[in-house]
Every structure is written in structure tokens, then in C-alpha cells.
Design a protein around this ligand. Structure first.
Ligand code: SF4
Ligand code: SF4
Ligand code: SF4
Length: 286
């Protein structure tokens, strides 16, 4: 068994219900696996939001809830002394609240800043994947099924952006959603195996607008747009506003954008996919 959480960025609407549920569960009392989370200053699950795009006509926002990734080979465990960080047989990574006292290096080692240093208690703290609840035979979620134990944040999410379950079971709901969606990873954890899976976290988009010759100032509907980047080809057409957009491009690569339409000379641009980018307002010439 390998317990995990999947976070689907596409479905996250930054409502913070997961954050509140985590606070509700972990603030105010200690458990065998963690000391009380301070009300302020710690975000065991952190809703990150950012704006995308470099042109006011073509901007978007993106959101993703992030938490300890419960890494297969955790950097925090390597930094710990006396076995203060350990991985349970179910894959959950736990910081021992007693053994970790004074070990700020554990907090400093996490590449995604998922560990918080409690100045007052002098301990590092983070998400436990609600293991203390999963271990509790009397824990009953609002779902009412005693066999279905899920972390509080997953239970609280109103928009099905969070999934929990056994990643080793190909028939589990989490395995199916992970298999069916675009798997992404937080950049500092690139290449690492983790039990928290990020799905559909945006990479880079390119966009633009295509017009007929400048003297007409009319948008061109149905122009073909091709982006060739990192050995892959992406295609789309301009919509009723003359706009085009291609998402999910490989990051930090050299891309060639070609715009064609019957009866017009093609236009070509060289761009780098380092940021979400409005390539151009293109006036095709006849
Ligand atoms: S995400 Fe950070 S805190 Fe969590 S297991 Fe990995 S290194 Fe440790
Ligand atoms: S799994 Fe539990 S401890 Fe971890 S972020 Fe969610 S509610 Fe908090
Ligand atoms: S509860 Fe769900 S939708 Fe709301 S912020 Fe958290 S992950 Fe996103």
C-alpha cells in the first residue's frame, strides 16, 4: 500500500476550504504524530495562485494547493538526525515531534518549503497526511462510511480537486485520475517520485491575434497556427476574435510559430517558452 494525494490544478478554485480544514484538525491539540499547528504562520496545505500572461488581453490565473509531497527519497529525512524523520510502511513521511526538537535543518532541507519551523517549540512541522486520523479506528468522516477514511483537506474540497487513496492499487480512484490526467510536478521536485501527485499544473502558453491586412483591421478567423518546440508540433486555429492560444508547451525551449491562411503569405516567429507569452498581433499580407 502506498497512500497518496492527487491535486488537480485545473479543478482548484482557491476557495481555501482545504486550508481551513487542516487548521481545524491540527490547531489546538497534540497527537502522537504531531504537535499542535500554530494558528498563524504555518500552511501545511498552501493554496498558491499566480497570474499568467504578458498581455492584458490574454491573461489567466492558475491555482494549485501544495503540501508536503511525501517524497520517496525525502530530503528532509536525509537532513534529520536520530531518525527524527521517517517513512511509514504506507509511504507517509512523518516528522517525530519529540526527536526533531532543535533540528531546524529538517525545515531548511525541504525543496518546496513544506516544513515550518515552530520558534516557540523549536520543532519542524508539516502535513502528516492526517495519519493520526487514518490510524484511528473511531475516526468517521462526514461521508459516514467507517471504512472510508480520508484526510481532512481532501474531505473538505468542494470541487473534486483533491483525491486520496492507494497509489499501488490500479483500481483505486486516485490511481485512475492520475493515469487519466496530465501528470506534472512542482519544479523543485522535478524527476523525484512522490506520493502527492500534481495534475494539470500549467506549464507555458503562447497566444496571439491574427488580422487581415492592416488596411482592413478585421480579424482573421480560421487561420492555422503551428508551434514547433522541443521536437513536438502543436496546432490550433484562430477563433471568432482572431485569437489563438496553445497551452501545455514544454518550458524553456526555442519555439517556432508559423501562421498560415489561404490566400495570405505565412508569418513566422521565433520565441522562447520561458514565460507565458503573447507572441504578436499578426497582420497577414496577401
Ligand atoms: S516534500 Fe519536503 S517535507 Fe515533504 S517529504 Fe519531501 S522533502 Fe520532506
Ligand atoms: S492531509 Fe491532513 S495534515 Fe496534510 S494538509 Fe491535508 S488536512 Fe493538513
Ligand atoms: S478546497 Fe479544493 S478547490 Fe478549494 S483551494 Fe483547496 S484544493 Fe482548491
Amino acid at each position: 500500500m502506498r497512500l497518496g494525494i492527487a491535486v488537480d490544478s485545473r479543478m482548484c478554485m482557491a476557495c481555501y476550504c482545504c486550508f481551513i480544514a487542516c487548521k481545524d484538525e491540527h490547531c489546538g491539540y497534540d497527537t502522537a504524530l504531531s504537535k499542535s499547528q500554530p494558528m498563524m504562520g504555518q500552511k501545511w496545505i498552501d493554496v498558491r495562485e499566480w497570474e499568467r500572461g504578458d498581455n492584458s488581453r490574454h491573461i489567466k490565473t492558475a491555482t494549485v494547493a501544495t503540501l508536503c509531497a511525501h517524497c520517496a527519497d525525502p530530503a528532509c529525512a536525509k537532513a534529520a538526525k536520530n531518525g527524527a524523520v521517517y517513512k511509514r510502511p504506507d509511504g507517509i513521511v512523518i516528522i517525530d515531534p519529540e526527536k526533531s526538537k532543535g533540528q531546524k535543518a529538517i525545515a531548511d532541507a525541504c525543496p518546496i518549503q513544506a516544513v515550518f519551523w515552530n520558534e516557540e517549540l523549536e520543532i519542524p512541522q508539516k502535513c502528516t497526511m492526517c495519519a493520526e486520523l487514518l490510524d484511528d479506528p473511531d475516526y468517521l468522516t462526514y461521508l459516514g462510511d467507517p471504512k472510508l477514511k480520508i484526510p481532512r483537506c481532501v474531505e473538505a474540497c468542494p470541487n473534486k480537486a483533491l483525491y486520496f487513496g492507494d497509489l499501488d492499487d490500479p483500481d483505486s480512484e486516485i490511481s485512475k485520475i492520475v493515469a487519466s490526467q496530465r501528470q506534472t510536478q512542482l519544479e523543485p521536485l522535478a524527476g523525484q517520485e512522490t506520493n502527492v501527485k500534481y495534475l494539470n499544473v500549467p506549464t507555458v502558453f503562447l497566444t496571439g491575434t491574427v488580422y487581415q491586412p492592416a488596411e482592413l483591421e478585421e480579424v482573421l478567423i480560421g487561420a492555422k497556427v503551428t508551434v514547433e518546440v522541443a521536437g513536438q508540433t502543436f496546432e490550433t486555429e484562430t477563433n471568432y476574435f482572431g485569437d489563438w492560444e496553445i497551452e501545455w508547451l514544454p518550458k524553456n525551449a526555442d519555439a517556432t510559430v508559423t501562421i498560415t491562411a489561404d490566400g495570405y503569405k505565412p508569418a513566422t516567429y521565433k520565441v522562447k517558452t520561458d514565460i507565458d507569452h503573447y507572441v504578436a498581433s499578426t497582420y497577414l499580407a496577401r
